[in-house]
Structures are given as structure tokens and as C-alpha cells.
Design a protein around this ligand. Structure first.
Ligand code: HEC
Ligand code: HEC
Length: 346
């Protein structure tokens, strides 16, 4: 599905190079893929065989994680995930929905620098990042069939998208946070009006079957024991606000949000103010402290602000402090690292 467009772009680039236009045009970086117009590759079109089997398993692991590697599966050795969510509880539509952290095109972006480890990370390590945090569980062994299936499924979704291409719809919609502390009471009201019908008044969601049957949820829990832990990306208020604003209530798409910025911010803060599983050893995250996002709400803190501000804002003053720190690093010649810090702060 991407092939004709890729070829066309390269033809154009080749033509302009012939005509003496900037050779920079010939680079893959000139290519933009708009996920909203990009056909989701169809697994059924694959010829039968090992590859199709693995892509299918990757798809199943993504949409029904709880049934294959969840904490209630019969095979105790496969209980890698610590909760009964699915990857697709957040990476919606089997990880193809624009601006719900889709995996389409992600293969071409790895290996990549990650501030959390201050190192270059592979896609396998990224999968395990979500296994240990979003899924509150254990890392998958690198040589397991499950890890191979995730990587193969991600690669299948990424077919035809070259290294360096811009993917419109990757990650989440970036937006500025309101410059104030989140209002938990206002958030509770938004929750009651717009979330509790599905996620329940107590945030525990609605099970598909009975506890213990590994059938997961119709509506996943937002807090309590069976959800993402405090080290997860979703536990960052800015991250949760962006996700909620452009994806919730269920059915919302990025181009027609149903919540205002203030509502998304307050309701996300309300959700994150509730108890959830605690990840051990979070203090070793972000070994290069200047890379630590200002809304990572666990110690140690670098900017001299109270812990509450990292949890509930206001964030713009913290972002400004961190920007100044990055400037100082640049002045000291640590420009590359400062650049990484800037990218991570967005
Ligand atoms: C509770 C929500 C949640 C769940 C469940 C979840 N993730 Fe994620 N995932 C995120 C968030 C948020 C990000 C991006 C933010 C970040 O960088 O921390 C992310 C990022 C990723 C990325 C990188 C995407 C990119 O654009 O570079 C991969 C790959 C990934 N997750 C894989 C998985 C897999 C595999 C599972 C299931 C085993 C999973 N995730 C479950 C929230 C979740
Ligand atoms: C109509 C039902 C519905 C409503 C209303 C709704 N959600 Fe969801 N929500 C879902 C479903 C279903 C999922 C799982 C995603 C999927 O399967 O596509 C989900 C997933 C989530 C997730 C990520 C998974 C997790 O368990 O953490 C968050 C966070 C979330 N919703 C927050 C909210 C907030 C906040 C509101 C209110 C503004 C809201 N939702 C309203 C149905 C709903």
C-alpha cells in the first residue's frame, strides 16, 4: 500500500536532482507518511507460513495480552505481564490508531536514544519497557517466541516506511499544559460525567469474564492493583493528558477531541492521584538527570521544586528551569546530550 507513494516520491526526488535542485531532496527525510490516510496492512493478505503465523501471534498478543501472557494464564511460566490490560488498551486499534502511540513506522526509528536509560535502545528493550511499567510485569526473554512476535508485528505494521521518514500520527498530539496546578476536584467531576460510565465510579473498569479466567476487560481499570504502575509513561500527567484529550472517551479521534485542555488535564490528574502498583528501583531511571521529564513524579528531583509540582504541576516553570539547565550544558560543550534533553522535554 505504501509502495506506489514511496516510488513516486523517489522519482520526484530523482527528477529534481537531475534538474539541479538541492540534492537534499533525495534523502528519505523528505518523505511524510500521514497515518490517517495510510491503509493498515492486512494480515490476511500474507501467504501462509512462518511469517504470517508470527505476525498473527504478535497481533493476538497486542489485542489480548491478558489471554497469552497475563497474570491469570494457566501456564505459570508465561505470566510475564503483571496486570490484565492489553497493549491495545493504550496502543488502540491494535497499535494502528493515529496519535494513540501507534507502532506503524516505529521499526525505522530504532535503535534510538532514550533518556530513561541515557543509552541507545533497541525495539526489544522498548517492548520490555512497557512490559515492566505499562503492564506492571517482567521483561520478555529476548529469544522468546513472544518477543519475536511483537517485533515481527511492529515490523509488519512498519513496512514501506523508510528510516528518516516523518510519520504524521506517531506518538501523541503534542500540546501545552495549562500553567497551573491541576484541580483534582474539577477532575473528579469530569470523571463522573465523562468516564465513570465505562471505567466505573471506582476506576476498576468492567471485566469481560470472572477474576482468574484471563479474559481481560471490556473497559480497563484506570487505577488500583490491576493497571499500569507508577513508573509507566501513562503515569506522567502531561503524557496522560495528551492521551486522554485525543483518545477518550472511547471513540474520540485526534481531530475531534471531546474534552477541553483543562478538562483533560484535571481528569488525568484525578486518575493519577489514585493508588496504583509501585515499581521498584525507579531511582535508577534517567541516570543523566537533566533528561528526566518534569512530570516524572518520582524522586530524585533535580530542579529544587516540591515533589507535588512534578506530580500535579504547574509544569511550564519547571520546563523553563530545565531549558536553562540544557543551555548551561550546551555552554559546557555537552551539546549532544542537551539536544537529547530538549527532545525528551517536548
Ligand atoms: C498503560 C498504557 C500502555 C500500555 C498498556 C502499553 N503501552 Fe506501550 N507505550 C505507552 C506510552 C504512554 C508510550 C509512549 C511514551 C513513552 O515514551 O514512554 C508507549 C510506547 C511504546 C512503544 C514505542 C512507540 C514509539 O512511538 O516509539 C512501543 C514499541 C510499545 N509502547 C510497546 C508496548 C507493548 C508491546 C505493550 C504490551 C506488552 C505496551 N506497549 C503496552 C503506554 C502503554
Ligand atoms: C465509552 C466507554 C469509555 C469512556 C466513556 C471512557 N473510556 Fe477510557 N477506555 C475505554 C476503552 C474500551 C479503553 C481501552 C482502549 C481500547 O480498547 O481501544 C479505554 C482506555 C483508557 C485508558 C488507557 C488504558 C488504561 O486502563 O489505563 C485511559 C487512561 C482511559 N481510558 C482514560 C479515560 C478517561 C480519563 C475517560 C474520561 C474522560 C475515559 N477513559 C472515558 C472506554 C471508555
Amino acid at each position: 500500500m505504501m509502495k506506489p507513494r514511496t516510488t513516486f516520491t523517489f522519482l520526484l526526488a530523482g527528477l529534481s536532482a537531475l534538474l539541479g535542485a538541492s540534492p537534499a531532496l533525495a534523502a528519505d527525510t523528505s518523505m511524510t507518511v500521514k497515518l490517517a490516510d495510510h491503509a493498515v496492512p492486512d494480515i490476511e493478505q500474507l501467504p501462509p507460513g512462518h511469517y504470517k503465523d508470527l505476525v498473527q501471534y504478535g497481533h493476538a498478543l497486542t489485542t489480548r495480552t491478558f489471554a497469552h501472557i497475563g497474570p491469570e494464564v494457566l501456564n505459570v511460566g508465561k505470566r510475564y505481564a503483571g496486570n490484565n490490560l492489553a497493549c491495545a488498551s493504550c496502543h488502540q486499534q491494535a497499535a494502528t490508531k493515529p496519535f494513540a502511540m501507534p507502532w506503524t513506522g516505529v521499526s525505522a526509528t530504532f535503535p534510538q536514544y532514550r533518556g530513561r536509560e541515557d543509552d541507545i535502545s533497541t525495539v526489544e528493550e522498548r517492548v520490555n519497557g512497557c512490559m515492566e511499567r505499562s503492564m506492571s510485569g517482567q521483561p520478555l526473554p529476548l529469544d522468546s517466541r513472544e518477543m519475536k512476535a511483537f517485533v515481527t508485528y511492529i515490523s509488519f505494521l512498519s513496512r514501506g516506511i523508510p528510516v528518516g521518514a516523518t510519520v504524521e500520527g506517531a506518538g501523541m498530539v503534542q500540546s501545552k499544559m495549562p500553567n497551573r496546578r491541576a484541580d483534582l476536584e474539577a477532575g473528579a467531576k469530569v470523571y463522573e460525567a465523562k468516564c465513570s460510565v465505562c471505567h466505573g465510579p471506582d476506576g476498576q473498569g468492567v471485566r469481560a469474564g470472572q477474576p482468574g479466567d484471563a479474559q481481560g476487560y471490556i473497559f480497563p481499570p484506570l487505577w488500583g492493583n490491576d493497571t499500569f504502575n507508577n513508573g509507566a509513561g501513562m503515569n506522567r500527567l502531561a503524557m496522560a493528558t495528551r492521551f486522554v484529550k485525543h483518545n477518550m472517551p472511547q471513540g474520540t479521534s485526534f481531530d475531534a477531541p471531546q474534552l477541553t485542555d483543562d478538562e483533560a488535564y484535571d481528569v488525568s490528574a484525578y486518575m493519577l492521584s489514585k493508588p496504583r502498583p509501585v515499581k521498584a528501583n525507579l531511582e535508577v531511571d534517567f541516570p543523566a538527570r537533566w533528561n528526566k521529564p518534569v512530570d516524572s513524579a518520582f524522586p530524585p528531583y533535580l530542579l529544587g521544586a516540591p515533589a507535588d509540582q512534578h506530580r500535579f504541576g504547574p509544569f511550564p516553570p519547571l520546563v523553563e528551569k530545565q531549558r536553562q539547565m540544557a543551555e548551561q550544558l550546551k555552554a559546557q560543550g555537552v551539546a549532544e546530550r542537551a539536544k537529547a534533553a530538549e527532545a525528551d522535554r517536548k
